[in-house]
Unconditional design. Structure first.
Length: 399
């Protein structure tokens, strides 16, 4: 992490570049399995000609992040690029334009977006390198390949092949925390997508895998995210929120789509909307397909607030982002609640005619919520549930 250059020509603005460099160093140091050169060492390179290959040799680092800061009026432009010190190849680059009206908020936005993008890029790159190795790959190789593959396939049937890589990792090392955490998503995802043949068994397995990963390494952020998903689907919404917040504390650059859903289920739709907006703003080009979940969370939150037209905007975006998912189920209910019953019935008929419609009756829908004690739900969410069921009936979902 090299000091960012100040391109303004005004030495009094150096502090902006220094602060962003310092914050990035702190942010990257929280990444699991990372080795980040200290700020004091990095700043010895400030203002000097840079040879990234020589820096790699001198400091024993594989990647160098360098960049620049250019203030202009009330705006700040930050450019950053990640370079492989062995090949001198540019692996990633991006530009960020932010307002200076709130320096702390601006720092947080820039640091989080860069850290998120680079963290994902390094995961994919490390997985690619693992695939090129000869002989038998080890558990960590399989785990990296699993997590990288899920970034591309989470919403598609190909995700099953990605999960098999995590299973192979655990066959070699049953305590590989990366594989434990990501394999947990397989079982919670089944439940969340209404594709589970045994909801309770899948939730138990998801919780077991995440809990074991946390026991092995309490500071591993993805494990707490996986635990949050298992708790969310078990109806333990407050505990899920705590778990997601723990994941964010450990890795501030991460985004937790389940947290937005948990806020809505806990009766805090305003919090759900605020968090979803912030997460999407901080990671506008996120290569992980988390945005459909944020869109769904916003649709749910606006539904609870009885702003059905705005809810429809977001469920339509979810459907466009993940056409493989049966979002027409939710859309039809929202259309009915918005008073557009003809559209609602047409949408419901298209949903029921599709091969991937997991819920085909009101009875099946209600069964998905059995086993979750009523006191778990907030009064606001209970009221929403009643209205949603009313919308499904109006849309023509059979009893």
């Amino acid at each position: 992490m090299l000091p960012f250059a100040n391109l303004s020509g005004d030495a009094s603005q150096d502090y902006l570049a220094d602060v962003i460099s310092d914050e990035l160093t702190t942010g990257f140091s929280r990444f699991p399995d990372s080795f980040v050169i200290s700020r004091s060492t990095a700043f010895t390179y400030k203002g000097k000609p840079i040879d990234v290959r020589q820096i790699g040799k001198d400091l024993g680092v594989r990647y160098v992040l360098e960049g620049s800061v250019q203030p202009s009026g009330d705006r700040l432009r930050v450019h950053a690029q990640l370079i492989d010190t062995e090949s001198d190849a540019h692996l990633w680059a991006d530009q960020f334009d932010e307002s200076r009206s709130d320096l702390l908020q601006m720092q947080d936005a820039i640091v989080t977006r860069i850290a998120r993008a680079i963290g994902v890029k390094m995961t994919v790159e490390r997985a690619r390198l693992a695939q090129t190795r000869a002989a038998n790959p080890n558990a960590e190789d399989f785990a990296w390949r699993c997590s990288a593959a899920l970034m591309r396939t989470y919403w598609t049937p190909e995700r099953d092949a990605a999960y098999r890589l995590c299973e192979q990792a655990l066959q070699i090392d049953p305590e590989n925390i990366r594989a434990l955490s990501y394999l947990s998503f397989k079982f919670s995802q089944r439940v969340g997508h209404f594709a589970s043949s045994d909801r309770q068994a899948d939730l138990r397995r998801a919780d077991e895998l995440a809990s074991l990963a946390i026991k092995i390494d309490p500071d591993y952020s993805p494990a707490h995210n996986a635990k949050g998903d298992a708790l969310l689907l078990a109806g333990r919404y407050r505990e899920a929120i705590d778990s997601y917040r723990r994941a964010l504390m450990l890795a501030p650059s991460s985004i937790q789509p389940g947290l937005a859903l948990a806020y809505s289920y806990a009766g805090e739709p305003e919090q759900a909307i605020a968090y979803a907006d912030k997460a999407m703003r901080l990671s506008p080009h996120d290569p992980i397909s988390t945005w459909p979940t944020f869109y769904l969370a916003k649709a749910l939150a606006f539904g609870i607030l009885q702003d059905y037209e705005e809810a429809l905007v977001w469920i339509e975006r979810a459907e466009a982002a993940a056409p493989e998912m049966p979002f027409g189920f939710v859309q039809s209910a929202l259309l009915a609640l918005a008073g557009r019953e003809a559209d609602a019935r047409a949408t419901m008929q298209r949903y029921l005619a599709s091969h991937n419609a997991p819920i085909r009756t009101i009875t099946q829908w209600k069964a998905q919520w059995q086993g979750i004690p009523l006191p778990t739900y907030s009064p606001r969410f209970l009221m929403w549930g009643q209205k949603f069921n009313e919308g499904l009936r109006k849309a023509g979902l059979p009893e």
